[in-house]
Design a protein around this ligand. Structure first.
Ligand SMILES: Cc1ncc(COP(=O)(O)O)c(C=O)c1O
Length: 379
């Protein structure tokens, strides 16, 4: 189904950058630079500079960035790693695949880890904390780092949705032992397919990720140091991501303007809760624009009929997917979020006109529901 207002618009994204992307691809292909070449090194250097760390290591997904970072932190069987219940399954799978036990805690109303719930979940087995900077907003890293330092715990940041977001002037992915990014096509910095990176100031973490992504082999010496994985960020992808990284600051500014337009149009309206969480020091990159209403399912159906595409991140708590084998951790905020959230169109290509259409449709929805309620009350 094609929508009048699509959630994202990858063909328009490509159209705008066609000359630069085509040039990066053909140049890389013409040189025969397919694996571990200069384009990857350049991108890693620029990404590290952007995040404000010493090293960036390109891998084929945020999943692998998380997995390698946890291994680098020494996480393994018998350990516990604390993360949030409200995240994508890959965060938790990365913990499970180290042999450690994921401990899920609840989030606050900004969708990020509740530091006090974190404190209550620490046990002698806890080895690491894995905060997730959801929707382009950094977690309360001041408090989380304080807790981690006091208990001697490693912090691995899931920054899949937060490249370019910051807190206290520090970028997502620069707070903990390692930061983990995703370049899945619909992320703020999206590639041509799957991609990711580890960012770190720790030379040993960078070295381990570099070995593990290439089957454990040191490419200089040919020595295999570990049983590793095939998880490299492809060179062509790196060349394209390097082009796009130069545009990222202006895309984030655009996202922030779109978010402001949504706020102007929708606040205060119906029982809507908007994702503007005023607090000192936060710079949100609006990977997603997530609103909350108890009428979420009805609203989504209405918007679909009006040709506005929306998504739900995520419609049921992770532990209800029986195949994941997670016990019910009893997280009331996560449960109500799953029933109430809906993500509105948000990308570098979302236009003010798109927002105008969406805002007016959302307002129509609530106005018609209010009229219906009044008619029922007076009849
Ligand atoms: C919060 C979060 N963590 C991890 C991931 C996994 O990223 P990837 O698909 O690059 O493995 C995603 C992807 O959507 C995500 O949103």
């Amino acid at each position: 189904m094609s929508y009048r207002v699509p959630f994202v618009n990858p063909s328009e994204h490509y159209r705008r950058l066609k000359a630069e992307i085509d040039c990066a691809i053909t140049d890389t292909l013409a040189k025969g630079d397919l694996v571990l070449r200069q384009q990857l090194r350049d991108f890693e250097e620029h990404l590290a500079e952007f995040v404000g760390v010493k090293y960036a290591v390109g891998v084929n997904s945020c999943y692998h960035a998380l997995h390698f970072s946890l291994l680098a932190a020494g996480v393994g069987p018998g350990d516990e790693v604390i993360t949030v219940g409200h995240t994508f399954a890959a965060t938790v799978s990365a913990i499970v695949h180290t042999g450690a036990r994921p401990v899920l805690v609840d989030v606050r109303d900004d969708y990020n880890m509740d530091p006090e719930k974190l404190v209550a979940s620490i046990t002698p087995r806890t080895k690491a904390i894995l905060p997730v900077h959801l929707n382009g907003r950094v977690c309360n890293m001041g408090r989380i780092l304080e807790i981690a330092q006091k208990r001697g715990l490693a912090v691995i940041e899931d920054a899949a949705q937060a490249l370019g977001a910051s807190f206290g002037g520090k970028q997502a992915g620069s707070f903990g032992l390692a930061g983990c990014f995703s370049f899945y096509p619909f992320k703020s910095l999206g590639g041509l397919g799957d991609g990711g990176a580890v960012t770190t100031n720790d030379a040993e973490v960078a070295r381990l990720a570099t070995l593990l992504r290439f089957n454990g082999e040191d490419r200089q010496t040919g020595e295999f140091h570990y049983h590793g994985y095939t998880a490299l960020l492809d060179n062509v992808q790196a060349a394209v991501l390097d082009v796009k990284l130069r545009h990222l600051p202006s895309w984030i500014e655009h996202r922030r303007k779109i978010a402001d337009l949504y706020r102007e149009g929708l606040e205060p309206y119906g029982d809507l809760r908007l994702p503007h969480f005023f607090a000192e020091g936060y710079f949100d990159s609006f990977q997603n624009y997530v609103i909350r209403t108890r009428r979420r399912d009805e609203l989504r159906q209405f918007l679909k009929e009006q040709s506005v595409e929306t998504l739900i991140h995520w419609p049921k708590p992770m532990w209800e997917h029986r195949g994941l084998g997670l016990g019910n951790p009893d997280l009331p905020e996560t449960e109500s979020i799953c029933k109430e959230v809906i993500s509105l169109p948000m990308s570098a290509e979302t236009t003010p006109q798109d927002v105008e259409i969406i805002v007016s449709r959302v307002r129509d929805f609530f106005a018609s529901r209010e009229m219906l309620a009044r008619t029922i009350a007076t009849s």
